[in-house]
Design a protein around this ligand. Sequence first.
Ligand code: CU
Length: 247
Amino acid sequence: MSLKRKLAAVLAGVGIAPFIVVVSAGTASAHGYISSPPSRQAMCAQGRVSNCGPIIYEPQSVEGPKGQRNCHAGLSQFAQLDDDSRAWPATSAGNSVTFNWTLTARHATSTWEYYVGGTRIAVVDDGGRQPGATVSHNVSLGGRTGRIKLLAIWNIVDTPMAFYSCVDLQVGSGGGNPTTTTTPPTTTTRPTTTTTAPPVGGTWAANTAYPVGSQVTYGGASYRCTQAHTSLVGWEPPNTPALWQRL
Ligand SMILES: [Cu+2]
């Protein structure tokens, strides 16, 4: 092989390898979503809403072309997120709310937008900067009260894509940030006592299959797995509250 051909072969291999890794991991690459107040995908990932489909495994993956005004980025596999007839729990809130994003990939950002109905009620311009692993914005709801469906959009600066999160709020008078959530009446009880001790892992590691109940340590804190998954770099327990509950 000529040097040029060898180089081309190497480059081709490099191009294919990451693709294979992503596919074999069984998930799209990691991105971000609003984790609190819980967005619809967070409600699904936490098991507070059932029959959500594959979003439970990747609440951070509601990614689609910019400019949409829906909860599911136009993705048919996540269509449940856009179904307002489902019983989405609404988080109690005052007139200003701090929205907390969990980013499993820190894409450089143009803007963060917040919509209620067709109206954009807030925009934060990051000017192309790379955000941290968590991002918080305090947003005024402009005196709106009652039940509100808020759509938040994370616009990536160097791709045509954006990430979509819908948050259901019950806005009352007074109060500041949401501290309590309206818990839907539930008859299911989570197993609080188990006959077998949950498997206690060591330090969290990537590319490891964690069943529900496994415990790990990470950064000096202990966590319990709430969703069975195979871990990936970027899914460290502090970044993925949908997967790990801090103990
Ligand atoms: Cu991403």
